[in-house]
Design a protein around this ligand. Structure first.
Ligand code: SF4
Length: 202
């Protein structure tokens, strides 16, 4: 029998593997319960999430919820959404003030266990190249743009997305097909899954 996500989350929250490499306290941030139907695999918390201890409590979260067509209450309902980034802890800032990549120690330790503990998930959203390369393996293309553009290759179980950060505003402008073509499909799939989940489980 698979371990429960609740048990796994306790282990993750106790993890301190990266502490020797960071000059701030590690604070693993994740969300979800074993029965969650949609999983979000992002990159790693930024400074605001490091402070709040809750995923996507920043402008990226506002945009992501808009992309999904869900309210805050739905997004933070752990019976619906599990949030398991490639790095559970804030990795620090680089010289330009951007977030460093997710700690490389994290995914090998935890992602496979999350896969098993979240066996009810019917849609996994892969945000950014790290999540796409890990979860799609050789189905990930050389660039994020190509992976996102070929969303039909991964549906209905996965949908690859760019990061919803303001840093990607230029990408969104250069790739209008994303909002025209991908977001309507994403919203409809999320709407159907949440409707079914709330009808059957709640
Ligand atoms: S980033 Fe992952 S591996 Fe590193 S301390 Fe946090 S939970 Fe542990």
């Amino acid at each position: 029998m698979n371990e429960s996500f609740e048990s796994l989350a306790r282990d993750v929250r106790a993890c301190r593997v990266c502490q020797p490499h960071l000059d701030h306290p590690v604070r693993p941030v994740l969300a979800g319960r074993s029965g969650a139907v949609i999983r979000i695999v992002g990159q790693a918390p930024g400074t605001r999430v490091q402070a709040s201890g809750k995923p996507f409590t920043d402008p990226s979260g506002v945009r992501l919820r808009d992309w999904l067509g869900v309210s805050e209450a739905q997004f933070y309902d752990e019976r619906l959404f599990a949030i398991t980034p490639m790095g559970f802890c804030f990795p620090g800032l680089d010289a330009k003030g951007g977030d460093k990549p997710p700690r490389k120690e994290c995914a090998p330790l935890w992602q496979d266990r999350c896969d098993k503990a979240l066996s009810n998930v019917q849609l996994t959203l892969l945000i950014g190249q790290y999540a796409q390369k890990w979860h799609l393996k050789d189905r990930a293309q050389k660039t994020l743009t190509e992976t996102v553009r070929r969303w039909r290759d991964h549906a209905p179980l996965h949908i690859a997305l760019p990061h919803p950060s303001w840093r990607n505003n230029a990408w969104l402008k250069r790739n209008p097909w994303f909002e025209l073509e991908v977001l309507p499909v994403l919203r409809e799939r999320v709407r159907m899954l949440l409707r079914t989940a709330t009808m059957t489980d709640f």
